[in-house]
Write a protein that binds this ligand. Structure first.
Ligand code: ADP
Ligand code: MG
Length: 150
């Protein structure tokens, strides 16, 4: 297994594919920062932990996350993009903040959706799968991984 995979970089503006409208904002890592993952992983939905630097009250907080690794229409689907939904409520956006993430496992392939409702339902399932997986013995230690600022 290629996991854990550590990725980090400044949060980029996305392409407004409706993350916030769907109630699941997704923070984008810089394209270069995900190269190591694209060499060893297929597009799809993954789970793990994430940490955002420089937010008041957030020091040392490591949160569960779900990540979509998908083809980016902006680059004619020739490049993969990593979008990370962190399972925590943030009071404000954190564009340009340093984000660290540890990818720990694969959930499912990327699918095309005929409806918004179907997509939202799958994301809710992904979040439950992520939390259940992270609760398994052997996974808790990754929240305290040396890659994070603790
Ligand atoms: P974009 O197209 O710019 O990625 P989104 O609608 O997906 O726009 O919103 C993503 C942004 O929302 C992130 O870059 C971050 O600044 C902010 N944000 C707020 N809460 C979260 C969260 N729980 N997970 C990820 N990003 C969040
Ligand atoms: Mg987004």
């Amino acid at each position: 297994s290629p996991f854990p995979i550590f990725l980090a970089g400044a949060v980029q503006k996305g392409f407004g594919r409706g993350g916030k409208d769907l109630g699941v904002p997704t923070a984008n890592l810089p394209d270069e920062s995900i190269t190591p993952m694209t060499h060893v992983c297929q597009p799809g939905v993954y789970f793990g932990y994430a940490q955002v630097a420089g937010l008041p009250g957030e020091e040392a907080k490591v949160h569960p996350m779900v990540m979509s690794l998908g083809w980016n229409p902006f680059y004619k689907n020739e490049r993969l993009t990593a979008e990370i939904h962190i399972m925590s409520d943030f009071k404000a956006d954190f564009y340009q903040h340093d984000m660290k993430t540890l990818v720990l496992g694969y959930i499912r392939p990327e699918l095309d959706y005929i409806s918004r409702e179907a997509l939202i339902e799958d994301i809710q399932t992904d979040k439950r799968v992520a939390l259940n997986s992270l609760a398994r013995p052997g996974y808790e230690k990754f929240a305290e991984d040396a890659h994070f600022d603790l």
